[in-house]
Design a protein around this ligand. Structure first.
Ligand SMILES: [Zn+2]
Length: 277
C-alpha cells in the first residue's frame, strides 16, 4: 500500500493510474493496443446507488457525511470539517500524519476536481442533516429500487415529500434550506424561501448533486460568483466607511454648534458692558 511511509505520489502517478483505469474500462482495445472488439462498453455505477451514496458521503473525504454540512457552488456536499482540513492542507498545514495521508488520497483520487474551493467563501452552509450512518450505509438501496431496510430513510423534501435519491434537489444559498426542485419552482415563485421566507435571487438556487449538463452550467457561473462575493464584501466595507463619515460629520456639526453657543455667550457678555458705558 502506498502512503504508509516513504512513498510520495506525484501528479504523473495520478494520471497514469487514471489512464490505466480508463483502459481497463474500455473493452474495445486490449491493453497492448489493437482492437479486441468493435464495441465500447462503459462501466457505470447504477444511478440510484450512486445518488444515495452521494447524499450520505462527503465529496472530499469519501467518509460518511457529518453535520454541519456545507455545499460548494458546483452542488457537491461536504462535511464542513473536511473542507476546513482540506484548506489547511492546501496551505501546507496538517493536523497530524493521518490528515496528510487523507489529503494525498484525495489528490490521488480526484486530481484537480476540488481546485474551485480556495476558501470558506467557496462553500455555503446547508440546512441538511445527513441520516445517521448505519452498517453498510454507503451501499444504498436494493437494485430493484425498493428501500433497503438496513438503511435510514433518505432525506425528503419538506414541501413535496419527494425523495432526494429519486428527484432533483436544490439548495438556497442565502439560508441553506434544501428542497426538491419542483417545490422551489412552485412554492418559491415569489423569490422567498418556503421554510424561512428569506429572499433569494435566481442565481442563489444551486442544484445539488447536479447532472452533467447542470454542472457545466454551474461551472460557467463560478467566476461571476467570485466577483459577486467580492462586490458584496466591498459593498459592506463601503457602507461601513459611509457610516464612519456620517459620524464624523455629525461630530463636526456638534462642534460647530458648541462654537456658536460659545460665540453667543461671548456676545451676551459683551452686551451688558456696552450698556454700562
Ligand atoms: Zn430558508
Amino acid at each position: 500500500m502506498g502512503l504508509d511511509g516513504g512513498t510520495i505520489i506525484s501528479r504523473n502517478d495520478v494520471l497514469r493510474g487514471q489512464c490505466w483505469d480508463l483502459n481497463k474500462a474500455d473493452d474495445s482495445r486490449s491493453t497492448r493496443g489493437g482492437a479486441v472488439r468493435g464495441t465500447f462498453k462503459r462501466r457505470k455505477l447504477d444511478a440510484a446507488t450512486s445518488k444515495v451514496t452521494k447524499w450520505t458521503t462527503c465529496a472530499l473525504s469519501g467518509q460518511p457525511l457529518t453535520a454541519p454540512v456545507v455545499a460548494c457552488f458546483l452542488g457537491r456536499v461536504y462535511s464542513k470539517q473536511s473542507v476546513l482540513e482540506w484548506l489547511l492542507a492546501k496551505a501546507g498545514t496538517f493536523a497530524d500524519d493521518e490528515a496528510l495521508h487523507r489529503h494525498m488520497n484525495v489528490l490521488r483520487e480526484s486530481g484537480d476536481a476540488f481546485d474551485h474551493i480556495t476558501s470558506m467563501k467557496d462553500v455555503f452552509p446547508l440546512a441538511y442533516e445527513p441520516p445517521a450512518p448505519t452498517e453498510g450505509a454507503a451501499v444504498a438501496t436494493a437494485a430493484d429500487g425498493s428501500a433497503d431496510p438496513t438503511l435510514p430513510a433518505p432525506f425528503t423534501c419538506p414541501i413535496t415529500e419527494a425523495r432526494c435519491d429519486r428527484h432533483p434537489f436544490v439548495a438556497l444559498v442565502p439560508c441553506g434550506h434544501v428542497f426538491a426542485e419542483r417545490a422551489i419552482r412552485e412554492a418559491g415563485k415569489d423569490g422567498t424561501c418556503p421554510s424561512c421566507s428569506t429572499a433569494f435571487a435566481e442565481e442563489d438556487v444551486v442544484p445539488l448533486l447536479p447532472s452533467e449538463e447542470q454542472e457545466e452550467r454551474l461551472r460557467e457561473l463560478l467566476p461571476g460568483r467570485r466577483k459577486q462575493a467580492k462586490r458584496r464584501r466591498k459593498g459592506g466595507r463601503e457602507q461601513q466607511q459611509q457610516g464612519e463619515q456620517q459620524q464624523q460629520q455629525q461630530g463636526e456639526e456638534r462642534q460647530q454648534g458648541e462654537e456658536r453657543q460659545q460665540q453667543q455667550g461671548e456676545q451676551r457678555q459683551q452686551q451688558p458692558q456696552q450698556e454700562e458705558q
